[in-house]
Write a protein that binds this ligand. Structure first.
Ligand code: FAD
Length: 249
């Protein structure tokens, strides 16, 4: 990428240099993909005493994770009214609980592992300058509050321009996603987790033991495989690849 489009998170951290998989190995759990999903899965599993290996086709924490907005929030556009309407009261509460638990979990891991990653508690806002959206904002406050989120309706927020309506979620956060993910990766290595970069999973043979074949001609045998590749490269069931479409933001 040119410098003008390089993510701030990638530009302000060192590149990683984990080895390529050069031998066949056997572990309890093999993880395909070293973004935040794969790295955190490895962290929680090794804490349970499991033998874990993680592979990434490129470099860890450099794909979607290295290019995010860096917010750690329960707020994702007008999601609560949508889930409540389409999936019901129970699931919207479950969704809110999962999101709030994730924020707390990340904050707890940062404290426990003493990770310096510019973590800050922040309010999160969603606002409109279009009067046709005011009732959607009101509805979102109602739905989020119903789901158990601390959400307020406001007609002014700390921005240097006028808004018509806004929602504030308190108890949200932001951090430097790569400082966080790379610190967890170092923690993994110290705990005996194996990380391999430049190693692409090509296929998975499922069975009582699973075998991941890689583009390096070496394989990983594991009781369990976690696919954390963001893009569903392996499609035993579900035809997930056919539901993918590109989005730019
Ligand atoms: C523009 C944008 C902004 C976002 N902002 C936020 C935000 O602010 N907060 C938030 O919570 N979420 C945000 N998200 C959602 C984001 O997707 C997740 O938060 C998270 O970072 C995704 O992590 P991941 O591990 O699933 O994927 P990735 O970080 O993409 O990691 C997947 C990894 O798998 C590897 N891989 C792929 N195929 C293979 C293969 N066959 N073999 C081996 N390795 C493979 C890739 O190289 C990659 O490193 C944002 C998403 C986008 C697109």
């Amino acid at each position: 990428m040119s410098e003008s489009t390089l993510s701030f998170w990638i530009a302000t951290t060192e590149d990683t240099n984990y080895p390529v998989l050069e031998n066949d190995i056997t572990v309890d759990v093999a993880i395909v993909g070293g973004g935040l999903a794969g790295i955190m899965s490895a962290y929680f599993l090794k804490n349970e005493g499991l033998k874990v290996a993680l592979i990434d086709s490129g470099k860890i924490a450099k794909s979607t994770t290295g290019n995010t907005t860096a917010k750690i929030t329960s707020q994702h556009s007008l999601i609560y009214q949508k889930i409540k309407k389409s999936m019901g009261d129970g699931l919207v509460k479950q969704y809110a609980d999962a999101n709030e638990t994730a924020i707390k979990t990340i904050s707890d891991v940062i404290s426990k592992e003493k990770i310096e990653c510019d973590f800050e508690w922040k309010d999160a806002f969603l606002y409109t300058q279009n009067e046709n959206n005011i009732n959607k904002i009101q509805k979102e406050v109602e739905s989020a509050t119903f789901a158990g989120i601390k959400a307020d309706y406001l007609d002014q927020i700390p921005l240097p321009f006028t808004v018509l309506a806004a929602i504030r979620f308190t108890g949200q956060a932001q951090f430097h996603p790569r400082k966080f993910a790379l610190a967890i990766a170092e923690n993994l290595i110290k705990s005996g987790v194996q990380i391999f970069e430049g190693t692409r999973a090509m296929d998975i043979k499922e069975g009582s033991k699973c075998e991941i074949t890689t583009d390096k001609g070496k394989s990983i045998t594991a009781d369990h495989v976690i696919i954390a590749s963001h893009y569903p490269f392996y499609d035993g069931k579900g035809l997930y690849f056919s539901r993918m479409y590109p989005v730019r933001s």
